[in-house]
Design a protein around this ligand. Structure first.
Ligand code: NAD
Length: 260
């Protein structure tokens, strides 16, 4: 379905981004990976997922908190892939502290990575998408893009901002073949969440398994984690012709979190 298209997935060396990259690859899209840490294993798994289509897999290590590096990433995409047709803004970090204790530099970094990076990728991608009259923007927000939790001021502000930014861009592109949507996951068991489970276990003096159960029980009625593969399937749908008129949505996949 996505043969000949190129997808940039930010923060795709791990977790949700990697799951989405694999699903887009399986549909035939060329993939540009981005993120920190080991690159060889994610590159190999994405190439494997797209093997039947002979896809091309690239990587650029731009730090998504730095606009100049995001520009370098787009120069790389243009030179090596002829541009970007699908942008999945997924890179994100978390820090938990009450607002009066929140480190100022952490606030700035979370806003830069979780919100401003999407502004930069969209402003750089949309001219090429307009020229082809086709494009897909999928912004990975969060249940915390729609409701809050204590201790997550920067994350909640950035994710609410990302949902609003998505709506604005969806309106600006409403008469074109470009769609922009946000996806709002509940708990997904990735390194980002594992850190919060480990902290909860330590704080409450319980086992990691008990902390995991407690975390789900507080917010997610299904008591099951959402998986990166499920989020990949939703992203594939948003890239399909069936989703041509899904515009400016904030689509939750959260085991019932937002239904409460
Ligand atoms: P993760 O920690 O497993 O992966 C984050 C990815 O982002 C990694 O590839 C990391 O290298 C990359 N990254 C971090 N800082 C970066 C930077 N400055 N520049 C470029 N890449 C950077 O986290 P995850 O749980 O897979 O989260 C992915 C996205 O999903 C985030 O935006 C997160 O807010 C969102 N999300 C996660 C959950 C969850 O429960 N895990 C729920 C809702 C939303």
């Amino acid at each position: 379905m996505l043969n000949g298209k190129t997808a940039l997935v930010t923060g795709s060396t791990s977790g949700i981004g990697l799951g989405i990259a694999e699903k887009l690859a399986a549909q035939g899209a060329n993939i540009i990976l981005n993120g920190f840490g080991d690159v060889d294993a994610p590159k190999a798994s994405v190439a494997e997922a797209g093997k039947a289509h002979g896809i091309k897999v690239g990587y650029h290590g731009a730090d998504m908190s730095k606009p100049a590096e995001i520009e370098a990433l787009f120069a790389y995409a243009l030179a090596n892939f002829g541009g970007v047709d699908i942008v999945v803004n997924n890179a994100g970090i978390q820090h938990v502290a009450n607002v009066e204790d929140f480190p100022v530099e952490k606030w700035d970094t979370i806003l830069a990575i979780n919100l401003s990076s999407a502004f930069h990728t969209m402003r750089l991608a949309i001219p090429g998408m307009r020229a082809k009259n086709w494009g897909r923007i999928v912004n990975i927000a969060s249940a915390h893009g729609l409701v809050a939790s204590a201790g997550k001021s920067a994350y909640v502000a950035a994710k609410h901002g990302l949902v609003g930014l998505t709506k604005s861009v969806a309106l600006e592109t409403a008469t074109t073949g470009i769609t922009a949507n946000a996806v709002c996951p509940g708990w997904v068991l990735t390194p980002l969440v594992q850190k919060q489970i480990d902290a909860k276990a330590e704080r409450e003096g319980v086992s990691v398994a008990e902390a995991q159960k407690g975390l789900l029980g507080e917010k997610q009625p299904s008591l099951q984690f959402v998986t990166p593969a499920q989020l990949g399937d939703l992203t594939v749908f948003l890239c399909s012709p069936g989703a041509d008129q899904v515009r400016g949505a904030a689509w939750n996949m959260d085991g019932g979190w937002l239904a409460q």
